[in-house]
Design a protein around this ligand. Structure first.
Ligand code: NAP
Length: 449
């Protein structure tokens, strides 16, 4: 890891390493938070006495279970699934489900840990959790996906509920999967408990603007960072990694605000289109055909595809990593800085390595950490829960306006907290401290639990 830890925090971190051996992504996310908390313990010495940090690093509950399912040929497969209920000091556990072959406990715990602070930052009453499975949905038929989701929910249903734990989507889990998961929950419990899952379809309890929210929110946050520097997105060259839910909607909002998005990617390669991406074509390939992004260059004149290429070598003003963790390294960050990039916001969770973050900080680039920049998704999930609780359905415009206001508030909170703790302009410090203090105060009030 990069930065050094305060002497009170180093032993806590060593204990986390010892108790969670081999979970490197979890170690990285814990270190990223602890390295900013030194000044908090000076201001609130009671948090150390109450062992709030040790408690916050230990999930309240971790559930690991077997998911057997049959493919279309009748062959049986066994996957492993997880639900980590990290912290419920502010509300029910809340966080998505990820289906990807790389999933193991360390990834779910890093995501769940970050989610605790992110959810606190939204100002909404939600705790933090995360789940997923090492199931690979690529190349699977709809029936196979349905059988897998039903088998998973046959165990998970007993651990979740609108007042307990409210899952949503993440990598590999979109509206199709949420439909199968929610359907099986409804069948098993005999309850139409809409608030148990977010990211639902509009006809069955979903919220308008939820699908768009993470990507739109990342752009609203970027806009706020630029505004704080008397700048805007208008006319900027933007590159956005990924071609999934977050990347597609970040592209859409950036284009609406007058930016030129010239590149995107998927797990196989990178597309460069100097004329500006044709988003309808990206959606056709990735959302409807569920194919590789290379198909874009075959259909769009002038576009270039590079297999296994690095998107970060493309000169740009603004870079938005929106695919996966640790996709932008220290080396990539140096190239971006040399090419004149002025702002980076994490649409994905922990996409920039610690070395990358340090490079951006040293270069004075505006850097929006995921806990703040991609909080729009979970914030709108909480708005979906509000609509479910009141059996209401808001318009797109109203919901988007709420999202925009929430992102501006998160930006303001991070900005002001960073200044208060002597690190002006450092949104990582601002996001970690503001999120942590809110959760810590609630934990203090609730006693030794
Ligand atoms: P998604 O719809 O499944 O899209 C993921 C995209 O990233 C795809 O284009 C995928 O390529 C690419 N990708 C996945 N794993 C990769 C890898 N190991 N290497 C390179 N590319 C990879 O997922 P999403 O919902 O957009 O989520 C993207 C990121 O945003 C994740 O970090 C997620 O945790 C975070 N996030 C999502 C939400 C939300 O509301 N969805 C909210 C907050 C944060 P292929 O198409 O080739 O698979």
């Amino acid at each position: 890891m990069n930065g050094s830890l305060d002497e009170k925090l180093e032993p806590i971190y060593q204990e986390v390493l010892h108790r969670n051996a081999g979970e490197t992504e979890f170690h990285q996310s814990v270190h990223g938070v602890l390295e900013t908390l030194g000044p908090v313990l000076v201001k609130y010495p009671e948090f150390a006495e109450l062992k709030i940090i040790q408690r916050i690093c230990e999930p309240e509950r971790q559930i690991i279970f077997r998911v057997p399912w049959q493919d279309d040929k009748g062959e049986l497969h066994i996957n492993r699934a997880f639900r980590v209920q990290f912290n419920s000091a502010l509300g029910p556990y809340k966080g998505g489900m990820r289906f990807h072959p790389s999933v193991y406990l360390g990834i779910i715990k890093f995501l769940g840990f970050s989610q605790v602070f992110k959810n606190a930052l939204t100002g909404l009453p939600i705790g933090g959790g995360k789940g997923g499975s090492d199931f690979d949905p690529k190349g699977r038929s709809d029936s196979e996906i349905m059988r897998f989701c039903q088998s998973l929910m046959t165990e998970m249903y007993r651990h979740i509920g609108e007042y307990t734990d409210v899952p949503a989507g993440d990598i590999g889990v979109g509206q199709r999967e949420v439909g199968y998961l929610f359907g099986q929950y409804k069948r098993l419990t005999n309850r139409f408990e809409a608030g148990v899952f977010t990211g639902k379809g509009l006809d069955w309890g979903g919220s308008r603007a939820r699908t768009e929210a993470t990507g739109y929110g990342a752009i609203f946050f970027t806009q706020e960072m630029l505004k704080a520097r008397n700048d805007s997105l208008e006319g900027k060259r933007v590159i956005i990694s990924g071609a999934g839910n977050v990347a597609i909607h970040a592209t859409e909002k950036a284009q609406q605000l007058g930016a030129r998005v010239i590149a995107c990617s998927d797990s196989r390669g990178v597309i460069l289109d100097e004329d500006g991406l044709d988003l309808d074509l990206v959606r056709q390939i990735k959302e409807r055909e569920r194919g590789p992004i290379s198909a874009y260059a075959e259909r769009k004149k002038g576009a270039k595809y590079s297999e296994n290429g690095s998107i970060w070598e493309i000169p740009c003003d603004v870079a938005l990593p929106c695919a996966t963790q640790n996709e932008l390294t220290g080396k990539d960050a140096k190239v971006l800085v040399e090419n004149g990039c002025i702002a980076v916001a994490e649409g994905a969770n922990m996409p920039v390595t610690p070395e990358g973050i340090q490079t951006f900080r040293e270069a004075g680039i505006a850097f929006g950490p995921g806990k703040a920049a991609n909080a729009g998704g979970v914030a709108t999930s909480a708005l979906e829960m509000q609509q479910n609780a009141s059996r209401d359905s808001w318009t797109f415009e109203y919901t988007e306006a709420r999202l925009q206001e929430i992102m501006a508030n998160i930006h303001r909170t991070c900005h002001e907290t960073a200044e208060e703790y002597g690190a002006p302009g450092n949104y990582t410090v601002g996001a970690n401290i503001a999120g942590f203090v809110k959760v810590a105060r609630a934990m203090e009030a609730m006693g030794h639990i």
